[in-house]
Design a protein around this ligand. Structure first.
Ligand code: XIL
Length: 330
């Protein structure tokens, strides 16, 4: 039998090819991950609530395992994430009496978290998502309402980058967000990152999460977003890609397997999107999927709980889908 092409070889002259893994898929999808990919991201294991469940008590058990796994198999590692409104432990925002902390204390805790985590893995992680999802989705708001913003003020954003940079001057530091190709949100992301650059904040890239589906966003909007972020002179990384077979408003829950129409559309979209990525190889330094194969995806619980989805290039049995072939044949 002829050997399957490997994504990491096919795209060797273009960009790194990554998969998000967690403490289960690290084992179940081990062979697929180590043969097809050359980068991994922790799906949850490096988020603040996992790493520092109690103030000053760090738990590096799983993140250390990921780091050794990456080293052992010569995989690059993306760090995800340092400052986010989700999966951040509650204690971060509270004092001993259960009231909200003041600005100074919160920023100090933020610095301590970043310092501890980033320096522990210095030179082992090529890029960090330093700040995740702080732009608002509402048209009339710029920054997302969050405890970070309310308690610390918007300065926490630039400070996070400075602290991360000091802890590992060699890692490239990213601002990461979703709906990143929507023209209105895209312009806000651009505005934020531009203002950081003007203040000489050490930021090196924009992470496009790329939680897309088989209908939207348009290739044109994706291209415009890449162009705009690249116009800042920064790297772009595709950080959490999946192509859901359901459009956002499709709330059906009765499908046991994807229809032929869905798979055909997905194949076509993957082909177009990777054609675009290859055109921008001087800008895009890595493309990471938010999983490895259709046996496991966070989309099975989002946005509809308990609904299966089939967003990747490999099926439930780790076999290549027609989408795989459309991506590797060019
Ligand atoms: C998701 C994980 O995949 C889930 O397992 C978890 O329950 C919630 O977070 N944007 C991000 C990622 O930056 O961290 C999210 O990951 C998906 C959306």
């Amino acid at each position: 039998e002829k050997e399957l092409p490997r994504l990491k070889d096919v795209f060797e002259d273009y960009f790194k090819i990554g998969a998000a893994v967690n403490k289960w898929t690290l084992h179940s999808a081990k062979d697929l991950v180590t043969t097809q990919f050359n980068s991994i991201t922790a799906e949850n294991e490096m988020k603040p609530e996992m790493l520092q469940p109690k103030e000053g008590e760090f738990n590096f058990e799983y993140s250390d395992q990921l780091v050794s796994f990456a080293n052992e198999h010569h995989l690059g590692l993306r760090g995800h994430t340092l400052v986010w409104h989700n999966q951040c432990p509650d204690w971060m925002f509270k004092n001993e009496s259960g009231q909200t902390v003041d600005r100074g204390r919160l920023l100090k805790r933020m610095d301590q978290h970043i310092e501890t985590v980033v320096s522990r893995y210095a030179d082992q992680i090529y890029s960090w998502d330093v700040v995740n999802e702080v732009i608002a989705d509402e048209e009339d708001r710029f920054l997302r309402k969050s405890q970070w913003l309310e308690l610390a003020g918007e300065e926490f954003i630039e400070r996070a980058f400075h602290t991360a940079h000091k802890a590992d001057p060699n890692a490239t530091l990213f601002y990461n967000d979703y709906n990143e190709s929507d023209p209105i949100k895209r312009d806000k992301i651009y505005k934020l990152v531009k203002s950081l650059l003007e203040k000489k904040v050490p930021i090196h890239g924009v992470g496009m999460q790329a939680h897309w589906n088989i209908h939207t966003p348009s290739i044109e909007h994706i291209q415009q977003a890449i162009e705009l972020y690249a116009s800042l002179g920064l790297e772009v990384q595709i950080t959490e890609m999946d192509l859901s077979v359901f459009s956002w408003d499709d709330k059906r829950t009765d499908l046991m397997k994807p229809t032929k129409e869905m798979l055909d559309l997905q194949e076509k979209r993957y082909e177009q999107i990777f054609n675009l990525f290859r055109e921008y190889k001087d800008v895009i330094s890595s493309v990471t999927f938010w999983g490895a194969a259709d046996d496991y995806t966070w989309l099975s619980n989002f946005p509809v709980k308990g609904r299966k989805n089939w967003p990747f290039l490999f099926d439930e049995h780790f076999n290549p889908k027609q989408s795989f072939w459309s991506v590797v044949q060019f």
